[in-house]
Design a protein around this ligand. Structure first.
Ligand code: B12
Ligand code: SF4
Length: 473
């Protein structure tokens, strides 16, 4: 998926007359693995940078990209004297100033939303004054509070056009599912929930800020002009269970109708919102082109869900899946295996829940412990140096700190995870899914089923041979 955060920044900078380019190094070096040190990285960065830039931005910074970001900063410095600014979700985590000072050493970094701060940085650079903006700091300065754009309507459209000619998209969630060309989109920022494992509200805030219907139509018109067929709305909480749920959905589907764009889309929704939707709202979503709803189900136990403050029960998850069964909208669920209070039998029951459900897609992941979250402080206390944990290959083998409890070793968990994928993606389930598919989707989704069943777990397999320590509550 292309980095949309960079598209937003480029959109904002272009309004000041700046000329921007987006280089997707994940696409340039697709075989790059987390712990790798590459001798050729300087050459690749020099080639990709091309003409001397005036300002280099690197991101989005997440725990899994810490090492790569350090490598890229060094390579940029080897060929360019331009100031370097880093941004992304990890910059909003308390303690990040230590990472900036001791590890990454960029010229600047931005915590939270980047549009206003980067425009101020650029303007200050051009007029030769010291920049000063909320969210913006140099490594030596005091750690800034994350900045949040107040009015999303006032933002420039994300510069998706920069992802066209000459742009090589990184490979995650490719468009090979019969959907045609795909773009991510965001119509809101923020999440009011407090799931203890989730880092999203840290960077995007707890207040949900939304685009107005007019701004939604404007963005869809742009997506239409650029020729995208399918949109993945990645919003954390585009619609939540609330008295306004139905009216917000209908406002959104009306905005879709008003725009020239016609295509298919998928969105992320909490299970309780799926259950609370009226039939009219669900039908409106389907009529507007919704072909998939992605739900974070996580676990099959009230107790372990409560420990993570997910505010969800397995009954609600089952009701949400049932709700979608009779529609043409595919139901996708993500599950987290392992965590506080979990034994092997809990994990097995979560897998059984997925297998016995009418979900069309399921994703199984080990529990990651992101710095700044409540789960992190439950495990590691309030003020540790989280950089050291993220760089410790036995604790964070892929860059994310993984949960490994005394009750279950990582190797055992990875074995269960691989087995879950294999048992979920069966021909019987595929046959049922085909009833929801259009003719052109059947072949690519059949292939996707094979890949998911056989290879989706391979990215975790090396963890079954190393012996990650993980965090223990
Ligand atoms: C869509 C999404 C993805 C997509 C696309 C990611 C991408 N490369 O853009 C996919 C599915 C590929 C993905 C993958 C992963 N993701 Co993700 N993802 C998200 C999600 C839902 C939205 C991100 C987004 O695009 N938001 C919209 C844009 C506008 O916001 P933004 O990216 O934050 O950008 C703004 C600022 O951060 C800042 N900014 C961003 N980049 C830059 C760069 C510069 C130079 C500057 C100055 C500022 C800046 O300005 C932007 C505009 O305001 C977030 C949740 C969330 N709400 O943030 C999780 C999230 C960012 N992902 C997360 C994780 C862990 C991952 C993975 C590591 C998962 C995995 N184990 O494989 C990978 C890492 C991929 C990568 N290399 O970045 C975590 C990060 C937690 C952490 N502290 O590390 C989050 C917060 C979710 C969570 N679980 O808590 N992800
Ligand atoms: S998991 Fe979803 S609902 Fe929970 S805090 Fe994260 S984004 Fe919000």
């Amino acid at each position: 998926m292309p980095p949309m955060g960079l598209c937003y920044l480029a959109g904002a900078l272009r309004q000041t007359g700046a000329d921007c380019r987006i280089l997707d190094l994940a696409a340039r070096i697709p075989e790059f693995s987390y712990a790798e040190q590459r001798d050729d990285i300087n050459d690749i960065v020099a080639q990709e940078l091309g003409e001397q830039p005036a300002l280099i931005g690197i991101g989005p910074l997440v725990t899994a990209t810490l090492r790569a970001t350090q490598m890229i900063i060094r390579s940029c410095r080897a060929v360019s004297e331009a100031p370097i600014v880093v941004g992304g979700p990890l910059c909003a985590v308390p303690g990040v100033s230590t990472v900036m000072r001791e590890y990454l050493q960029p010229t600047w970094y931005i915590a939270g939303d980047g549009e206003t701060p980067i425009v101020e940085l650029w303007s200050a650079m051009r007029s030769g004054r010291a920049p000063s903006a909320p969210g913006l700091a140099s490594p030596e300065q005091r750690e800034p509070a994350p900045y949040r754009e107040v009015d999303l309507d006032a933002l420039a459209l994300p510069a998706r056009d920069l992802l066209h000619e000459g742009y090589r998209a990184s490979a995650r969630r490719s468009s090979g599912n019969g959907h045609g060309t795909v773009t991510p989109a965001f119509l809101s920022r923020g999440c009011p929930y407090s799931c203890t494992f989730c880092a999203a509200p840290l960077s995007a805030g707890r207040t949900v800020r939304r685009l107005s219907p007019a701004a939604i139509s404007r963005e869809l018109a742009d997506i239409f002009t650029l020729g995208y067929d399918h949109i993945v709305f990645y919003d954390d909480c585009l619609f939540i269970r609330s008295p306004q749920l139905d009216s917000r959905v209908l406002e959104f589907t009306d905005a879709l109708q008003v725009s020239p764009w016609r295509g298919t889309f998928q969105l992320e929704l909490r299970c309780d919102a799926v259950v609370a939707l009226s039939s009219a709202a669900l039908e409106a979503l389907q009529a507007a082109g919704c072909i998939q709803i992605n739900m974070g189900i996580e676990k099959a136990h009230v107790d372990t869900l409560a420990l993570l403050q997910k505010r969800l029960s397995p009954e609600i998850a089952r009701a949400a899946i049932e709700r979608l069964r009779t529609t043409r909208i595919r139901a996708a669920g993500t599950f987290i295996l392992g965590g506080p209070g979990e034994s092997r039998s809990h994990v097995e029951q979560t897998i059984e829940f997925a297998l016995s459900s009418h979900l069309d897609f399921a994703h199984f992941n080990p529990l990651a412990i992101y710095p700044g979250t409540r789960l992190f402080s439950d495990v590691y206390g309030t003020a540790p140096n989280w950089l050291d944990l993220c760089l410790d290959p036995t604790i964070a083998p892929n860059g994310d700190i993984l949960w490994a409890g005394p009750q279950m070793a990582m190797a055992e968990l990875v074995g269960l995870l691989a087995d879950a994928y294999r048992r979920f993606y069966t021909t019987g389930r595929l046959d049922r899914l085909k009833a929801k598919l259009r003719a052109n989707e059947i072949a690519p989704l059949s292939d996707a089923y094979t890949v998911l069943g056989e290879s989706r777990a391979t990215s975790w397999r090396h963890l079954s041979t190393s012996d990650p320590k993980g965090g223990v509550c």
